[in-house]
Design a protein around this ligand. Structure first.
Ligand SMILES: Cc1cc2nc3c(=O)[nH]c(=O)nc-3n(C[C@H](O)[C@H](O)[C@H](O)COP(=O)(O)OP(=O)(O)OC[C@H]3O[C@@H](n4cnc5c(N)ncnc54)[C@H](O)[C@@H]3O)c2cc1C
Length: 567
């Protein structure tokens, strides 16, 4: 009986972070629901205990059902016939197990049938599910579209739709079109209001939609005739029960094969407006995407964990030149770096999740009462931290997942190239993480303003002021030296006031900030828990080399050099 939560003690470390006290306090509001729901917690310890217990169930389902099904799902995949999708048999069994265990709508309020989980333990469940089957995580994880309904829809819509999600119905997020990918302002799917029927109808095509035959869809559509930018777009809820949307085909993909990626045709599909007109892209999709990006960051960490586990097991087992290959420094170095990248991306993931938790819980309280000035300040601080950390978590986490999946194959040698081992599936599955929910380049576009405004530098200073255990002081001093190189690069690029130069150096600057932040977070982890000592040492050394590389590149670069890079 494998348990994918209990066998990874790093997860409990992150769950038990001191900020959870504040998060639970905000989320449970003096534990008022204990009088109404017998499963609502009575105090902080009780709440933490319930997260732990539910994650244990997630770990068990993942170890016993989802992981053993992964290979079969990868081979069988979903099929599309007569405009409808059927999942692979393993996917059906996985969904069934999750429904029975009450793992749908986990973060939704109890009054809709959810568990009222904060984002942090919910994201931990996503991390665990992704380790078994990244494609299945897409289907299960689309439950976080319900968050958008909860935040922006009216009460009647919340009652009708969130309740169904908590009962196990699935969702999709229909944004992309053939001519609108990274640039969602170009969305053209048409929404027209019928005065006669007093409702909206959708017409057009969506492409690359994960779980496109879902029960409930969130759809970005052009409601304002004659407009061509984001201000003409609104968000709609489409209910499959009403009909009007068919699946034209499912894509034949490289990875995450269990997750159907659909081309959808909308023909007079009846839909309901969600929130206000014209705020579809500007407000709602931004919120939806931030949640989904955190989900992909979790998916990436789960894949990194699986890649590390597979590589470690193989390296211990495989013998060459009379000894296990793990004994060769070239192999053990690769494994150490894989573990360091895994721990680094995971600590960034949970730091980000906690930031999201604090500001969202305060946002929710603000729906019922006026926040105090202190609470308003707290909300603002954490919202900004969440916004600035989300692209780092998604961008770096997904790149590390790809690197770890690559190294996992390398450690398997020729066997890694064969279909016989899980590593080739992980390699294929990892590839999408740095593309969807905004490519790594688009994460950089989202993050660069926090480089230029000094927000990352300010946060890094706060980490520098945090105590670490005496034996880690040396590593902290090295991070401080790296921070001055980062600051020098930021100043050099910003002072030119040249947008093209800034865009060109953006990824390097964002990566430098990310390495510093992950380095500090690992020092915090290692100060509290020996589990992270090795990764802290390995990661800071790796980060030092990366920061130095970017420093050298930027220091010797000026705007005239851009000419060599224009195509
Ligand atoms: C398997 C899969 C599942 C998906 N699921 C969904 C889903 O459920 N819902 C949904 O709505 N969409 C979904 N998508 C779509 C996905 O989000 C888009 O593919 C992605 O956002 C990139 O858009 P694109 O493919 O049009 O690439 P493009 O936007 O054409 O990008 C091509 C290249 O140009 C770069 N680029 C573009 N603009 C910029 C810029 N401003 N600065 C720097 N570089 C730039 C990109 O980084 C990339 O390297 C899915 C896609 C796939 C492959």
């Amino acid at each position: 009986m494998a348990n994918f939560y209990l066998d990874t003690p790093e997860l409990k470390h992150h769950l038990n972070h001191p900020l959870m006290k504040r998060i639970v306090e905000l989320k449970e509001r003096n534990y008022v629901e204990k009088a109404t729901f017998d499963y609502a917690p009575v105090d902080f310890e009780d709440a933490m205990d319930s997260y732990d217990k539910v994650l244990e169930i997630v770990g068990e389902i993942c170890g016993d059902i989802v992981a053993p099904n992964a290979e079969g799902v990868d081979h069988e995949g979903p099929v599309c016939a007569d405009g409808r999708v059927s999942y692979a048999s393993g996917t059906v069994a996985n969904l069934d197990a999750c429904r029975k265990a009450g793992l749908m709508g986990m973060a939704m309020p109890r009054r809709f049938g959810g568990l009222n989980f904060p984002i942090t333990p919910y994201i931990m469940a996503a991390d665990i599910v992704s380790r078994c089957d990244a494609g299945f995580e897409n289907l299960w994880g689309l439950q976080d579209c319900a968050e958008t309904i909860y935040e922006f829809a009216n009460e009647d819509q919340k009652q009708r739709y969130i309740t169904r999600v908590c009962q196990g119905e699935t969702m999709s997020m229909d944004l992309t079109e053939p001519d609108a990918g990274s640039d969602l302002q170009a969305v053209m799917l048409k929404a027209s209001y019928s005065e006669k029927d007093q409702c909206w109808y959708l017409n057009g095509v969506k492409r690359f939609i994960t779980n496109g035959d879902a029960d409930i869809h969130l759809v970005l559509a052009r409601s304002e005739e004659g407009t061509h930018d984001g201000r003409g777009l609104s968000m709609f809820i489409y209910d499959k029960r009403n009909g009007g949307v068919t699946v034209r085909r499912i894509e034949n993909k490289m990875g995450i094969k269990g997750s159907p990626t659909c081309e959808l045709v909308y023909k007079n599909a009846k839909a309901e407006l969600c929130g206000d007109r014209k705020l579809g892209l500007i407000k709602y999709v931004m919120a939806l995407m931030n949640g989904a990006r955190l989900g992909i960051a979790a998916q990436s960490v789960g894949i990194s964990q699986a890649a590390y586990n597979e590589a470690l097991a193989y390296a211990k087992d495989r013998k060459q030149f009379g000894k296990a290959i793990i004994e060769f420094p070239a192999v053990s170095e690769m494994l150490s770096l894989m573990k360091a990248k895994l721990d680094a991306s995971r600590t960034l993931l949970y730091e980000t999740a906690r930031f999201v938790d604090v500001y969202k819980a305060l946002d929710d309280i603000a729906k019922d009462r006026k926040l105090t000035p202190e609470e308003r300040a707290e909300q603002k601080t954490f919202a900004k931290l969440a916004d600035s950390f989300t692209p780092l978590g998604k961008g770096m986490g997904s790149e590390f997942a790809n690197q770890n999946a690559y190294d996992c194959i390398q450690i398997h040698g020729g066997s890694g190239f064969m279909k016989d081992y899980a590593c080739e599936r992980l390699y294929r599955d990892a590839r999408i993480t740095s593309i969807y929910e905004g490519t790594t380049q688009l994460q950089v576009v989202a993050a660069i303003r926090y480089v230029t405004t000094g927000a990352y530098q300010a946060r890094i200073k706060e980490y520098e002021a945090m105590a670490v255990s005496p034996e880690l002081e040396g590593l902290k001093n090295r991070l401080k030296e790296m921070a001055s190189k980062y600051s020098a690069c930021v100043a050099q690029v910003v002072e030119t006031k040249d947008q093209e130069l800034l865009d060109f150096c953006a990824r390097r600057l964002v990566e430098m900030a990310s390495h510093l932040i992950m380095g500090h977070l690992l020092l915090q982890d290692a100060s509290a828990n020996d589990l992270f000592t090795e990764s802290a040492h390995v990661y800071v050394r790796y980060a030092e080399a990366e920061v130095e590389k970017h420093f050298n590149f930027i220091r010797k670069f000026d705007k005239d050099d851009l000419a060599y890079y224009r195509k």
